[in-house]
Design a protein around this ligand. Sequence first.
Ligand SMILES: [Zn+2]
Length: 418
Amino acid sequence: MKRAGHTEASVDLARLAGLYPAGVICEIQNPDGSMARLPELIEYAKVHNLKIISIADLISYRLEHERLIAREAIADLPTEFGHFKIYAYRHTLDNSEHVAIVKGDPAQFCSQPVLVRMHSECLTGDAIGSLRCDCRMQLQAALKMIDSAGLGVVVYLRQEGRGIGLVNKLKAYSLQDMGLDTVEANEHLGFPADLRNYGMGAQILNDLGVCQMRLITNNPRKIAGLKGYGLEVVDRVPLLIEATSYNSNYLSVKAEKLGHWMLQTYLMTIALQWQDEPRTVTEWYKRLENLRLLAKTYNLLLQEEVRPVAKAVFGDSALIVHLGFEQPLVGNPDWYQHTDHPYTNAIAQILDTVALSPNLKQLEFIISPGSDPLIGLQVQLDRQTFSLTEQPSSVCDHLQTQIIYSFVDSTPCKRSLA
Ligand SMILES: [Zn+2]
């Protein structure tokens, strides 16, 4: 497998069969003298009742059945994002070096789902702080989430530019500087696509004793590849990148341009403010995670909102989230006009539950027929104000879009937003 060639494959095959590592290589000609290709070979194998496999089959078999990584060191790793252990691994075939950043005792990993993030090395982003991508923000956010959870793993794969290498990545940057559109943008979307890398990350997780994982990803479509490795994804946790005045514009541009967010259907946007405003990122994540779990009990996905327009509507200190689905809207866009609609029931129950959270100062929400509610906002938004002593579900029998329903814990007062 060092070189995916026929010679190596024939030796591999013999070895896997428990035989002396030697083989005979021959090419088969078609009757017209041309070399037979795979489709013709499959026919040939059928006629003569022969077994046939491809080199790719062999590689994926070995990735699944052989341990190709060796754990070589463990060290303590205090970081500004929490205290971790770092595990060093070597890939035994290509000698590449990879690390796992581990929180908690791996002895506990097998008995519960573990928070996992797969990260591909990005020298420019991770180490130098490049703003051409958000790799560093993703890595930091994942480390903070895992530190806050108390248990988890960041698998850090040393495959710069998702395997194309540093120089090639920088060449792509250079082409972009010259105004050429390259496929580079895609490289920063989600998971490494290469089967080999899935395998390596999966083997590291196996080595750490992870069986079930809660995968931190905003890219839900690319997780199927892990199934073959005895790893089960029991939950998908969105990567929550904290918005600052510095990066919120960047994040919103990325969200629009790359379609990186998960939601395709928006049902409701909630903005929460507390008397005891979360001061640390850890507290912030805890509240987000509570909301996410609540939404999940109603099969809704939660997505944090960071665009400046949202802060302008709901206030700088508000925690703003959308609830919805990752699929396009299934059903009618006028769902909110039906009090017995399952979506209406779900959001009514979610709102009543959220309204009970301790030290809540203000709960505001806006309903959407399915599309992104912050696109196409009316200039003059109505804000209807109620007291938090009322249940928010009390307004759910006459919901409208383009209205901000505002529940505050003080005396109700009428406001309107210009
Ligand atoms: Zn990057």
